[in-house]
Ligand binder design. Structure first.
Ligand code: PLP
Length: 401
């Protein structure tokens, strides 16, 4: 008799994990991995932040018991998330208009949000930017949605094609879910201006769209408060919307899976009903969230000293990426590259869509041991003082010949 799994087909490989495997197998000691979306320090290592270390040490010494958490996570953590997203003095928070649940990273937040929305409005479609984080489409499809793109990136300017985006949004059906990168757009690094965000908020309100903000990089563009601009504009609009947020990058806690879903409602009574449904989604998925990562984040954010230390460390990561953007640009220029790379300092966050073709990316790998995504996305946070000139020379070489 044949196996009950005989009909299982091999799923396609994750392209970025495949890139990592190839990178790890590469014997060249000059190799550089610009593919993965993690922040590395100047020594090429994922940092363990000092504020995290201190909070972790205190927790370990306290030897806390490991009872179940509330389904939506501990109140102290949820409150800390809300303050970062909406601001300490937010009227929405005071009015009880925000419901927050701890989630398994930003991905988990998107998924419980998607499951919640699917139950609420099964016929609506989801719209993601073209291009978007590679997991957005699959995630919303796996929640049962039909997923479409809205225009976003403009190759010629390596920025946002705002006119195309806006007219597309203005033609969508009411109730359509629109996924927006709140800052540091992944994969392009191209963000909207404040004025453009204003217009997006207005279109969403006029069309009756359901905004779902994805905030995976708060603090990586201009700072914690400045990067919350999109959330604050939607908050001020009086609309209802969702925010998936993540501490993977901002706390360098990737593997601890610390994130949250926040839902802005019309009022206190609605909040109670929304939270009750969100808890059902969570309960039937994984019951309640893990303790450790969220406890560390809550401890850091509630201690004035550790919070300051974290803000300084986050600023350090942001500034280092910025410095790498400037150095990469200067070095590519110095090599006399035929292409103007100044877009690299206008784009924000960890990534840049460089405009390098798949063939040029392949040459970077074959000739230089430099690994990037075939779309031409590079991770600036993987550059450091030891490899940036090598990478610049290689990029200049592949765009020259
Ligand atoms: N959303 C975007 C736009 C991202 O870039 C990422 C991570 O790369 C995530 C969500 C997921 O973050 P997490 O690792 O916290 O699940």
């Amino acid at each position: 008799t044949s196996s009950i799994f005989a009909g299982v087909e091999l799923a396609p490989r994750d392209p970025i994990l495949g890139l990592n495997e190839a990178f790890n197998a590469d014997a060249r000691d000059t190799k550089v991995n610009l593919g993965v979306g993690v922040y590395s320090d100047d020594n090429g290592k994922i940092p363990l932040l000092g504020a995290v270390k201190a909070a972790e040490k205190a927790r370990l010494e306290a030897l806390p018991a490991r009872g179940y958490q509330p389904i939506e996570g501990p109140a102290a953590y949820d409150k800390a998330v809300q303050n970062l997203l909406f601001g300490q003095d937010s009227e929405l928070l005071a009015a009880g208009r925000v419901v927050t649940a701890q989630a398994l990273g930003g991905t988990g937040a998107l998924k419980i949000g998607a499951d919640f929305l699917k139950r609420l409005n099964p016929a609506s479609k989801v719209y993601i930017s073209d291009p978007s984080w590679e997991n957005h489409r699959a995630l919303f499809e796996s929640a049962g949605f039909q997923v479409e793109n809205y225009p976003y990136y403009e190759a010629a300017s390596r920025g946002v094609d705002f006119a195309a985006m806006k007219s597309h949004l203005a033609a969508l059906d009411a109730g359509s879910v629109i996924v927006l990168h709140a800052c540091c757009h992944n994969p392009t690094g191209a963000d909207m201006s404040a004025a453009q965000w204003d217009e997006v908020v207005a279109v969403c309100r006029e069309r009756g769209l359901v905004p779902f903000l994805d905030m995976a990089y708060q603090g990586f563009a201009d700072g914690i408060e400045a990067d919350a601009l999109a959330v604050r504009l939607f908050a001020a609009s009086g609309m209802q919307f969702l925010v998936a947020s993540s501490f993977s990058k901002s706390f360098s806690l990737y593997g601890e899976r610390v994130g949250a879903l926040s839902i802005v409602t019309a009022g206190k009574d609605e909040s109670a009903r929304v939270l009750s449904q969100l808890k059902r989604v969570i309960r039937t998925n994984y019951s309640n969230p893990p303790i450790h990562g969220a406890a560390i984040v809550a401890a850091v954010l509630s201690s004035p000293e550790l919070r300051q230390q974290w803000e300084d460390e986050l600023a350090g990561m942001r500034d280092r990426i910025r410095a790498m953007r400037l150095r990469l640009l200067a070095a590519i220029k110095a090599h006399g590259a035929a292409v103007d790379f100044s877009f690299v300092t206008a784009q924000r966050g960890m990534f840049s869509y460089t405009g390098l073709s798949a063939a040029q990316v392949e040459r970077l790998r074959a000739e230089f041991g430099i690994y990037a995504v075939s779309t031409g996305r590079i991770c600036l946070a993987a550059l450091n003082s030891k490899n940036v000139d090598y990478v610049a020379a290689a990029i200049a070489a592949v765009i020259r010949d």
